[in-house]
Design a binder for this molecule. Structure first.
Ligand SMILES: Nc1ncnc2c1ncn2[C@@H]1O[C@H](COP(=O)(O)OP(=O)(O)OP(=O)(O)O)[C@@H](O)[C@H]1O
Length: 245
């Protein structure tokens, strides 16, 4: 019961941006995805969801339980807040995604699951704060009922409490048997919630580190680049930072 990405590459006319990336995700598992800026994390997420931008050419295989992943198999909560339709209230957008996947639309339920009030369903994207918009994007992904969820920077712009609630939602999804990929620069947070963390650099896979490898200063991490990323984490500079992982 896995989502398998094998030898995935994405190119634009100007050249390749992802080259030969492979990863796997089991149902019930959270895998983290991190790396340098521009490493190709969002494009990998878009490739998984079948939502690459125009001009992108993908090669490689994305399979669910050994079969090519069909449309709607993977739901994406994108990083870009402008992915919300500026001309439709949030509730209508959630309903649209649910119906696309033949699910009953329950905008209030989807919003409540990410900690937003039912009244947010009537609001247009320009009436939302950045943190509300980020949670609304996650609600649209959850409304699809997909077994595989990719959340691209789901806690950026959220205060600690709201961010913690979003991470709890993702943990509950995994506990209910979904497979979840969380993209974040917050490696401390990823090491806390994910079983493994995939590291990308410049469009290539660097290593897949088990969460336990981040303990004790990251000495068990295989690659120097991953150790550098880990040691540069601002949260580690706080008293007791590593102990929290
Ligand atoms: N539509 C596009 N056309 C051409 N190049 C693109 C396009 N979208 C992304 N890229 C390029 O692909 C590379 C990877 O971009 P991507 O957004 O996936 O990076 P990322 O790892 O998510 O970065 P960040 O951590 O900064 O969000 C970048 O060099 C970017 O310029």
């Amino acid at each position: 019961m896995t989502l398998d990405v094998e030898d995935l590459s994405v190119s634009f006319p100007a050249g390749p941006v992802l080259e030969g990336v492979s990863l796997s995700l089991a149902r019930g598992e959270i895998v983290g995805l991190t790396g340098s800026s521009g490493a190709g994390k969002s494009l990998l997420a878009e490739a998984l969801a079948g939502a690459l931008p125009p001009g992108a050419v993908r090669t490689g295989r994305i399979a669910v339980d050994g079969e090519p992943a069909g449309p709607g198999a993977v739901a994406l909560a994108p990083q870009r807040l402008d992915a919300l339709d500026p001309l439709a209230p949030v509730g209508r957008q959630i309903g649209r995604f649910a119906r696309l996947c033949n699910r009953r639309a329950d905008p209030s339920g989807a919003l409540a699951s990410v900690g937003l009030p039912a009244g947010a369903a009537r609001l247009y994207p320009h009436e939302l704060s950045g943190g509300m918009a980020r949670r609304a994007l996650l609600a649209t992904a959850l409304a699809t009922g997909a077994d595989w969820i990719v959340a691209d920077e789901p806690t950026v712009g959220l205060d600690e409490e709201a961010g913690g609630r979003v991470l709890s939602v993702l943990a509950r999804l995994a506990a209910s048997g979904r497979g979840v990929i969380v993209i974040s620069h917050d490696l401390v947070g990823l090491a806390r919630i994910a079983s493994r963390v995939v590291i990308l650099r410049g469009g290539r896979h660097v290593e897949t580190a088990p969460a336990g490898a981040f303990a004790q200063g990251g000495t068990a991490l295989r690659e120097a680049f991953t150790r550098q990323l880990w040691q540069a984490q601002p949260a580690l500079a706080r008293p007791g930072g590593e102990a929290a992982c």
